[in-house]
Design a protein around this ligand. Structure first.
Ligand SMILES: CC(C)(COP(=O)(O)OP(=O)(O)OC[C@H]1O[C@@H](n2cnc3c(N)ncnc32)[C@H](O)[C@@H]1OP(=O)(O)O)[C@@H](O)C(=O)NCCC(=O)NCCS
Length: 379
């Protein structure tokens, strides 16, 4: 007979608060997001990814000289050890997120402070991983096509340098700014699934490389970071805005989910989606391909009854179209999210370390009890 133990189950940890944070604030009812108290709208419009990383890691916006020194630190840490490039070559046929996860994990062998879990060392490692991640992703994208990786730029910012290493030429500043904004919007988001995973890892006092490796693994799933790729696949499948209605209705009728809609916390439109919406529209017009935005608009229209129930556009709904229009291969979309999120994972890990408690919930056992062991010859 199963255990009779009476417990209150919180499946999915829905609405469970596990700790306090000073890193980001989310109001899911009105769709508001703050990093260190500053509205994401201001950061998206006025800040840069470099400045936002600094804000998250060091708790306040940098002065001009602090920002300059910080940019130099990022640039100085972009190059990868030759051995990491060899590892990328070995695993080049894996999904880019698996390659990123493997690369980050392997970097632990080369970092001078891997096992130092002090706040200062964790932040330094967070900066290094933020600098190194785009190099892994871009190097892999080239190596798998038989091309040589491009050495990171010593002058471009994170976003422009990523596009440069991917395509081999300095990007249009407008394109670089879109990736810059995308990185800002993905930088931190409280105790989302991947940050929770990173925190669980940190709660055992494992180090940042372990925690970020966990975070990348958790982010890969379509319910989390994988949605942008799925949204663009959906738009490509639909192919024409007139076909969007039938496509979405059939999908929902069969119990499917429209990717890029719904969120565990937001019951209003994800505030990050507003910025990416305008960008996706403008970029589509600039590239002479307005149809993808029109298809997404048609999907949104069919989803109106869901929106009224609180299932609204999330950050991934428009980001896929932006990456696609920039010519980025679709299996790299989640890796862009990961590159932007490394500062967020880092601050969550720092907070976990600074007031640590082992994250170890319980499961209610509902299986058989006291089953006799049958020797193999009697089975
Ligand atoms: C993000 C997500 C996993 C959150 O899920 P959740 O908080 O666990 O919510 P649930 O899965 O319990 O969904 C609640 C209800 O909304 C519906 N729903 C949620 N997202 C939906 C979507 N994208 N399309 C259609 N229906 C959706 C569910 O079917 C469920 O309906 P029911 O109560 O009638 O069974 C979910 O909204 C989803 O799968 N979205 C698509 C993937 C995506 O865009 N992920 C990126 C998140 S940033």
């Amino acid at each position: 007979m199963a255990s009779e133990e009476k417990v209150e189950l919180k499946r999915g940890l829905r609405d469970v608060y596990i700790d306090r944070t000073k890193s980001s604030f989310i109001d899911g009812k009105v769709g508001k997001l703050l990093y260190r108290g500053i509205n994401i709208d201001d950061l998206a419009q006025k800040s840069t990814f470099e400045e936002t990383i600094y804000l998250l890691l060091y708790t306040e916006l940098p002065t001009e000289s602090q920002l300059k020194a910080f940019q130099a630190e990022l640039i100085a840490n972009r190059a990868l050890p030759e051995d990491i490039l060899s590892i990328i070559e070995i695993v080049k046929d894996s999904h880019p997120m698996d390659v990123l996860r493997t690369g980050v994990s392997a970097l632990s062998a080369f970092d001078p402070e891997t096992e130092d879990i002090s706040t200062e060392a964790t932040i330094r490692k967070g900066v290094r991983l933020t600098a190194q991640a785009p190099t892994i992703v871009a190097a892999h994208a080239r190596i798998r096509k038989g091309k040589d990786p491009i050495a990171p730029s010593t002058s471009l910012n994170q976003a422009a340098n990523f596009l440069y290493m991917l395509f081999g030429e300095e990007p249009d500043p407008r394109d670089a700014r879109l990736i810059d904004k995308d990185f800002i919007l993905h930088a931190e988001h409280g105790i989302n699934a991947s940050s929770f995973g990173a925190r669980v890892t940190a709660s055992t006092q494992a180090d940042l490389h372990c925690a970020v490796t966990t975070g990348i693994g958790v982010l890969k799933g379509p319910a989390h970071g994988g949605a942008a790729e799925e949204v663009m696949k959906m738009a490509l499948d639909i192919g024409d805005e007139d076909k969007a209605e039938d496509y979405v209705r059939n999908l929902l009728k069969d119990g499917g989910r429209v990717m890029g809609f719904g969120h565990r916390v937001y019951r209003a439109t994800d505030p990050r989606a507003f910025h990416l919406k305008d960008d996706a529209k403008e970029l589509g017009e600039r590239k002479g391909q307005p149809k993808w935005f029109s298809i997404l608009e048609s999907v949104t229209k069919v989803m109106e009854p869901y929106t009224r129930r609180g299932i609204c556009q999330n950050v991934d709904f428009f980001s896929g179209a932006i990456y696609y229009l920039l010519g980025i291969p679709d299996d790299l979309f989640i890796s862009i999210f990961a590159m932007g999120r490394i500062p967020g994972w880092t601050v969550q890990v720092v907070e976990q370390f600074e007031n640590n408690i082992l994250l170890r919930p319980r499961l209610q056992y509902v299986g058989e009890m006291d089953v006799p062991y049958v020797p193999i010859e009697d089975r």
